[in-house]
Design a protein around this ligand. Structure first.
Ligand SMILES: CSC[C@@H](O)[C@@H](O)C(=O)COP(=O)(O)O
Length: 331
């Protein structure tokens, strides 16, 4: 397998390494993700996360496993287990289905990595054209180089607009409960030198009321055929607030996130995670021990709250999405 490298993943030709995203921003620790069991654990505990990245990482892991001499049965078992590591991001299932039927798993994983880089470029090209000079942008969760093999989905769009010289200011939601915005998006924005401010999730409506947000750009873990989409919990709330304040709202995703088998958002499976993530963070606990919690990791935003969806192949309005355009462009 040829060496490849992204912000959160690298393959040196023999071993697959992943950046442990749970330790960011304080430490940049690379872990060995070559073995399927190790990769499944890394995906489950969000050391490797972000819809496109988990698909690419799982594919690279399988390719490494095959190259080390896994039997057909071992390969098929690992493929099925990786496919089930997280339930909402369809990129993982899409990638594993491709790997299942791949004649040459090494070449297929390599192609998938390179394709994801190109898909990010497509989104950046189409999405950056929407952003006007001087805009304040709100984003939720982390959708940058850490979440993909390339420059990212929504954060890639934002980065491209910044590189085009547009004077933008990014507001990053901290994104409770696991703080992908506060830890990861903030880390990426600082690295890139993009003017930005971190806010708690509950501040977004106030920013919109005060006229500081001209556009919302965020990612998706699964887009249904009618344009409803799942993304990190809190996205639906941002969409409602954006509609109330007349702020354009754009999910950004590659075609590999579109699931034509889901007719609408009600069919998207939503991951529920450990209650401990709501009661505290890491070693810190603020809720009474045993306090009942609800911890859906994602929510579904109806297409009616979408201004337009930025795909790698173009920008599609809510009306186009409702009339089934995804069935034509995502074949
Ligand atoms: C390119 S990223 C799109 C989504 O995967 C992202 O917005 C998101 O919700 C990630 O959730 P996570 O639980 O951190 O994997």
């Amino acid at each position: 397998m040829n060496p490849f490298e992204s912000l959160g993943l690298k393959h040196d030709g023999r071993t697959l390494w992943v950046l442990d995203q749970t330790q960011l921003p304080d430490a940049e620790v690379w872990l060995d993700g070559s073995e399927p069991e190790a990769m499944i654990a890394l995906i489950k505990r969000l050391a490797v996360r972000g819809a496109p990245l988990i698909g690419v990482a799982a594919a690279a892991c399988l390719a490494t496993f095959a190259r080390r001499g896994a039997s057909a049965t071992e390969y098929a078992t690992a493929c099925a287990a990786l496919r089930a590591a997280r339930p909402t991001a369809v990129n993982l299932m899409w990638a594993m289905d491709r790997m299942k039927g791949a004649g040459d798993p090494v070449a297929e994983a390599q192609a998938m990595f390179e394709e994801d880089v190109r898909l990010c470029e497509g989104m950046a090209q189409h999405g950056s054209a929407l952003i006007q000079d001087g805009e304040g942008l709100l984003t939720h969760c982390n959708t940058g180089g850490l979440a993909t093999a390339g420059i990212g989905t929504a954060l890639g769009v934002i980065r491209r607009a910044f590189e085009q010289g547009k004077r933008i200011h990014v507001y990053a939601d901290e994104t409770r409960p696991l703080l992908q915005g506060g830890r990861l998006t903030a880390w990426e924005l600082k690295k890139l030198g993009i003017p930005s401010t971190l806010v708690t999730d509950s501040m977004a409506a106030l920013l919109m009321r005060d006229g500081r947000i001209q556009r919302v750009l965020l990612g998706s873990d699964r887009v249904a055929a009618n344009g409803d989409f799942a993304n990190k919990v809190g996205t639906y709330g941002v969409a409602v607030q954006a509609r109330f304040h007349g702020v354009p709202f754009h999910p950004v995703a590659p075609f590999s996130t579109v699931d034509l088998a889901c007719p609408n958002g009600a069919a998207i499976p939503i991951e529920e995670r450990d209650p401990a993530e709501v009661r505290g963070y890491g070693a810190l606990r603020w809720a009474p021990e045993g306090m009942p919690t609800w911890n859906p990791s994602f929510d579904v935003t109806p297409v009616d709250l979408v201004t337009s969806l930025v795909l790698d192949r173009g920008v599609y309005s809510a009306a186009e999405l409702r009339s089934g355009v995804l069935r034509q462009v995502c074949l």
